[in-house]
Design a protein. Structure first.
Length: 262
């Protein structure tokens, strides 16, 4: 059964709270579906004011109302109806050690504008429809998985933006899939943006660049993990993240992204 792609709108404030590690607040590490009243308390007041003062406009066509209107949503669901096992367009299939890799749409047009608006213009409301698209594709083609784990940006980049786009997308997808979301992977060092590198240098760039937080080991050890990210090109970043998870005992690691850039 494919989840309702509008269901994620019930949690528009996904992952706006900060996680404090090594304290009682670490119990909030795993994000689950919560009572609407509880979730409302987590929405930043500034986001509420933004909704009132500056209503969203569609990233695809500019129509005022939703961050991605109904007419433009199919653009992020291009691969939704394709059966599991459909070619990914990668020369050798999913990069080792990923068990499976899926993506929702090509990185162009509306999808590209939506991801750029989320990442560079801070339009966090787009995480909800993008996460819903990820959830719908994974429900259609995914081979299981018990925990969603976002692929993180470096801490410095997160401070600069004020959020991590993959974490927001994963949180919205988790609501629809009714799975826990655990942001347990961290970038242990800053890396050169992958888009600046050729395919050969991308794998070298992210080698051993990821670790798993000590407090997060118990959440992923022995489980089937699904990595969530915004864009995949060669899969080098996803593969590096997967190795970090497998090294601490994850049973398997698959991945899904919003888009694929060729």
């Amino acid at each position: 059964m494919i989840p309702d792609r509008d269901a994620a709108s019930q949690w528009a404030g996904c992952q706006v709270h900060e996680i404090k590690w090594g304290s009682q607040a670490s119990k909030r590490l795993v994000s689950r579906r919560r009572h609407p009243a509880a979730m409302t308390m987590l929405v930043r007041p500034v986001n509420r004011l933004l909704d009132l003062a500056l209503p969203a406009t569609c990233a695809g066509c500019g129509l005022e109302g939703a961050p991605l209107c109904r007419a433009c949503r199919p653009s992020v669901e291009v691969r939704l109806a394709l059966p599991a096992g459909t070619s990914l367009g990668l020369p050798d299939g999913p990069p080792d050690p990923l068990a499976q890799l899926e993506w929702c749409a090509p990185f162009s047009g509306t999808v590209r504008r939506a991801l750029h608006a989320l990442k560079y213009a801070g339009e966090q409301r787009l995480a909800v429809p993008l996460g819903a698209a990820v959830a719908a594709r994974w429900a259609r083609a995914g081979a299981g998985g018990s925990v969603l784990v976002p692929v993180p940006v470096h801490a410095a980049r997160r401070r600069e933006r004020g959020f991590d786009q993959a974490e927001l997308i994963a949180a919205a997808a988790a609501v629809v899939l009714r799975l826990p979301m655990a942001p347990v992977v961290v970038r242990s060092r800053a890396t050169t943006p992958q888009y600046r590198l050729d395919r050969r240098r991308r794998a070298i760039n992210v080698a051993e660049a990821f670790d798993v937080r000590p407090d997060g080991v118990r959440l992923v050890a022995g489980r089937d993990i699904v990595l969530v990210d915004d864009v995949v090109t060669t899969g080098a970043t996803l593969a590096a993240s997967a190795r970090a998870l497998l090294a601490i005992g994850a049973r398997s690691v698959s991945a899904i992204t919003v888009a694929r850039e060729r």
